[in-house]
Design a protein around this ligand. Sequence first.
Ligand SMILES: Cc1cc2nc3c(=O)[nH]c(=O)nc-3n(C[C@H](O)[C@H](O)[C@H](O)COP(=O)(O)OP(=O)(O)OC[C@H]3O[C@@H](n4cnc5c(N)ncnc54)[C@H](O)[C@@H]3O)c2cc1C
Length: 391
Amino acid sequence: MDSFASHTRASAAEADGTSLREHVESFVAQRVMPEETLLEAGGAAASAVRSALAEAAKAAGLWALPLPIELGGQGLPFAEYVCLAEVEGASDYGPAVLGSASLLDVRMLQGHAGDRVRETYLERLASGELHAAFAMTEPDTPGTDPTLTASRATTAPDGSWILSGRKWFVSGAQDADVITVLARTDGQTSDREGLSLLLVPTDAPGFRLVRELPILGAGGQWEIAMDEVRLPKDHLIGERGRALPIARQRLQLGRTLRCLRWLGQAQRAYDLMCERARTRSQSSGALAERQLVQQHIFESLLAIRSTRPLVHKAAALLDAGHDARVESGLAKVAAARTLQQVADSAVQVYGAAGLGPDTALPGLLRMGRMARLLDGPDELHIASVAGSVLR
Ligand SMILES: Cc1cc2nc3c(=O)[nH]c(=O)nc-3n(C[C@H](O)[C@H](O)[C@H](O)COP(=O)(O)OP(=O)(O)OC[C@H]3O[C@@H](n4cnc5c(N)ncnc54)[C@H](O)[C@@H]3O)c2cc1C
C-alpha cells in the first residue's frame, strides 16, 4: 500500500512536468465543478456522481493526499497539503471527492480513540467507505458556549454509555456512519470540565435524523436526536470530562483548512468577475473600462492578497504545534469576510446573471454568508483575539 500510494502521487505529479497542485486544480475544474449542480441537488443521483468522482480521483493518484500512508492515504506533509488545499477547495465538493474531507476525524480518532475504535473505523474512513460528522451545536443552548451543552450521557452498570440529546446544523449527518457528539457526562451546567466526546454509530437504536435544515436554499445540514442511545464503553474519545481541549484542537485545524478553501472560492469568484468585466461590452466599451467596476476588482484583489498570508501563518503555527489562537482567529474572520465581499462584488459586476443558475456565484455568496457563522461567529473570534493580545 505504501509504495503504491507514493508511486501514484509521484507519477501524477511528474508524468507531464506539472505540479501536484496543478493536477488537483485541473481535476477540480474539469471533473468536479461541472457536476456541482447535480451534487448540490442531493439524493441517490448525487451519491452516484460523488462515488464516480472519487473513483476517478483514485485512478488519477489524487485520493486522500494528506492522509497517513498506513491508512491508505498518500502521506503528503501538512505544509505541502496547505499549498494545494486552496485549489482543492475552490469547489466546496473538492475535499470530499478527493478524499481529504475525513482528515479532521482521522486525526482526532488517531490521537484520542482506543485501539478497537481505531481498528474498526480509521481505515474505512480514510478509504471513503465510511463517512463521519461532528455534532456540538444544539437547538436550545447557544453554540458559542459549549459549557451549556444539554445532551447528557450516563454510564450503565456494565460500563456502556447511555446518551440522550439533540443537535442541529450537523453537516453531512445524512451520509454519516458515525457522528462524534459532545455531551455532559459529569459536573454541572456551565462547568468547563465534565464534557465528553462520544462516537455514535448512526445505526444505533435510538439515533434519529430529525429533519434537514436548508440554508438559503441549500441542503446538507441536519438536526439529529439521540434517545437513550447505548454505546460501548470504548466509544469515548479522549478522557472522560476533558472534551474541550480536543474539540478546540479539532476546530482550530478545521477552521484553518476551511479558510484555505474559502480563499480558493474567493479566487474563483474573482476570476469570474474579471472575465465578465473583460467580455461584457456596452456601446461605449467593456465593463472593465468603468472605474466603479475597476474598484470592485481592486478591493477584491486587495482582500484576497491580504488574507492569504494570514491563513498561511495560522497553518504554519498549527503545523509546528504552537498555539495559533490569535492567528487562526484573524485568518477565520478575514477569510469569511473576503469570500463574502468578493462573491458579492462578482454578483454585482455580473448583473442579474450573477444571481441566476448559470454560474457558481450564488453558491459562493451563500458560502460567504455561512462562513461568518460556522466554526464560531465573527464576534467570538474578534473577542478572543482582542482578549489574547490585550492580556
Ligand atoms: C453552514 C453551517 C454548518 C454548520 N456545521 C456544524 C457542524 O457540523 N457541527 C456543529 O456542531 N455545528 C455546526 N454549525 C453550527 C455553528 O457552529 C453554530 O451556528 C455557531 O457556533 C454559533 O452557534 P449558535 O448558532 O448557537 O449561535 P449563538 O451561540 O446563539 O450566537 C448567536 C449570535 O450571538 C452573537 N454572539 C455570540 N457570542 C458572542 C460574543 N462572545 N460576543 C458578541 N456577540 C456574540 C453572535 O452574533 C452570534 O452569531 C454549523 C452552522 C452553519 C451555519
